[in-house]
Design a protein around this ligand. Sequence first.
Ligand code: SAM
Length: 219
Amino acid sequence: MEGEELQHVFAKRIKIGQELELFFEDKLYLCLLEKLNPKGAFCIVIKELELATPLPFITLYQCVPVELKTVDFIVERVSEVGAYRLVPTLSKRSFQNITAINKRMERWKRVALSAFKQCKRPKPLEIAPPTRLEELKADADLNLLLDNFGGEKSLKDLNLNGVKTVSLVVGPEGGFTRQESELLRERGFIPIKLYPYILRSETAALLGVGLIMNLSTPP
Ligand code: SAM
């Protein structure tokens, strides 16, 4: 280990002979610290840790806020509350520049990695390639659209028992256009209203994911 990882070893005061968890090439390992010096740390792998990912697997289709920085916050918070995957989604009123979005992807992956370490998830939040709202399909077990205008149902009206996959669409700062909201409903997304006020996009994403995880019955 070098660089930032090595700094964690020093910050956490891990001593030679102590165990530590390492995430390497998409896998989590239980390791033993063997050697430590200011330039690097050497570890022996004891075993691979296979932690179960809690159900349901939530894919958050987050319409990209005009203030791109807001996505950093969303990535961090939805990692903590249990989203499985985030798909940056382009809608009529979202940030539109796909090149700029692609440039931020590495940064969002780094934010996801550091959130994963902090909250002890089994895996970092997956950041999927960007997509367009009109390409979304209702192909999960449960497909939801957070809609502060037309949502009649509340999350607690839904039966989440046995639901393994959820797609959740959240609008940008300016919300969805009427056509977008209608298109998603026609495709089978259920419009949901969060009680009681209108939330910022990032608050809606965080609350939506957190409520779905907590209303779902653990297996
Ligand atoms: N001015 C926008 C409008 O009137 O539609 C407000 C949009 S809100 C700031 C951003 C997004 O967060 C919405 O498109 C929706 O997806 C979600 N949202 C915010 N408050 C919500 C609520 N109370 N219920 C459901 N979704 C909500």
